[in-house]
Write a protein that binds this ligand. Structure first.
Ligand code: IZC
Ligand code: ZN
Length: 419
């Protein structure tokens, strides 16, 4: 068969092909790979994966000699707040004075400040800004991501955000999972009546479902935001309406959101810095993916990080994400998140690669299309300026991308997005 493109001499070709759609516990330390590998595709679909020797059976007018470089699947970022107006650098001084994240929120800043900017922005402005951030994620090797709403807190703006995500799904080739996070904060007008606000957000479920605007419903379960009981009730309704659910759980205060996520069989429980020891153990007997966001702990200047080791040692499944958002994690650099996972979460390099591919895809139900290299799948492939897979979590703060292929097409090179 004649291929459109054939990569040969991939020093390590990480196929991540575990034969299962999730890597749990000790399996996270296994990295399915081919030494001196080769991969080829036609019409954007992978037709061949094997060794460079085996590639002799294939022809192509476009053969790239990778000269021993690392080659992997496109990365998956399973937790971003991609669509928002404005930015929050005006809060730097408050942060530096030691005013905590939840206090800034309580004073009407933080998420509320982004809500105002998002309400004021037009659909086109939000689309343009989200596209910019998405291309930057792509330049760092991400080809699949999740995007949340949650900066509207009213019907109109929440729908506007979700429609931006839908437009992105339709007009560009990255794979995107959409999450409705209307329950992200309590707007001022509902300050003393959060339940009525949740009722209001719930009235959007049917419209979101009918128009295919989101696959997941998420809630910020946190002190001063939504309680465990409110979260349980709201997410149970979401499940009844046919959504899969996620929780921003135990990010700052230990409320028990992690246990709730597992009890509800959520697709993922996210953050988990303050998760209890019992909750950490529970991941061993659950397929709920622990989505850890160490960039947020770093940026909020906290001392303790989520207990990734405990979760993996208990037999659980861990994924990593940027949490890209304008407040607690303004970065699209998922490679820096991999550095933090190595340094602060004490994850092995093998665990880290599983956490940004196969497990990240599972956390957003994209495991059938993303996170692994298999014949028949989209050719979402990254060539790295790295001699081996350990090198990327090791050498920090820079972009190691050599080339990103999205559905077979070269879209980013040397860390820059190609127009
Ligand atoms: O805009 O602050 N934690 N939500 C919950 C966020 C962080 C995003 C933000
Ligand atoms: Zn978040």
């Amino acid at each position: 068969m004649k291929l459109d493109k054939l990569l040969i001499n991939c020093g390590q070709l990480l196929t991540m092909d575990h034969k299962t759609n999730i890597a749990k516990g000790e399996q996270m330390n296994v990295l399915p790979q081919i030494e001196n590998g080769a991969i080829g595709w036609k019409d954007g679909i992978i037709e061949f994966i094997g060794t460079t020797e085996e590639a002799d059976n294939y022809q192509s007018d476009d053969i790239i000699d990778c000269q021993g470089k690392l080659v992997t699947p496109g990365l998956v970022d399973p937790h971003t707040h991609l669509v928002f107006g404005g930015s929050r650098e005006h809060e730097i001084a408050l942060k530096q004075q030691g005013v905590p994240y939840l206090e800034i929120l309580k004073q009407g800043g933080g998420i509320h400040s982004t809500v105002k900017a998002t309400q004021d922005a037009s659909f086109e402005e939000l689309l343009e800004k989200a596209t910019f951030h998405m291309k930057r994620l792509l330049s760092y090797g991400v080809t699949t991501l999740e995007a949340k709403s949650g900066y509207g807190l009213d019907r109109e703006t929440e729908l506007k955000q979700l429609k931006v995500v839908k437009e992105l799904q339709e007009i560009q080739p990255m794979t995107i999972a959409s999450t409705f996070l209307g329950a992200h904060a309590i707007p001022k007008s509902f300050k003393d009546d959060p339940e009525s606000f949740l009722d209001e957000m719930e009235t959007l479920f049917s419209e979101i479902k009918e128009e295919g605007l989101a696959e997941f419903v998420d809630i910020f379960c946190e002190e001063g935001v939504f309680t465990i009981d409110q979260s349980k009730q709201y997410l149970s309704k979401a499940k009844e309406a046919g959504f899969s659910v996620k929780i921003h759980a135990d990010e700052i205060v230990s409320l028990g959101g992690t246990e709730l996520a597992i009890e509800l069989n959520a697709a993922s429980a996210d953050h988990l810095i303050a998760a209890s020891d019992e909750a950490v153990e529970m991941f061993g007997s659950s397929d709920t993916v622990a989505v850890l966001l160490p960039g947020t702990t770093f940026y909020l200047n906290k001392d303790s990080y989520a207990k990734a080791r405990g979760m993996i040692d208990a037999g659980g499944s861990v994924a990593l994400a940027t949490d890209f958002n304008p407040g607690s994690s303004p970065t699209e650099n998922i490679q820096f998140i991999m550095n933090l996972a190595m340094l602060k979460l004490k994850m092995t390099c093998e665990e880290i690669w599983n956490a940004v591919t196969v497990n990240a895809a599972k956390a957003i139900h994209k495991d059938e299309v993303s996170g692994r290299l298999q014949v028949g799948r989209h050719a979402d492939v990254v060539i790295w300026n790295a001699p081996n897979y350990q090198y990327v979590p090791y050498h920090y703060g820079v972009n190691h991308v050599h080339t990103v292929f999205l559905k077979g097409k070269e879209v980013a090179k040397g860390g820059a997005f190609l127009e």
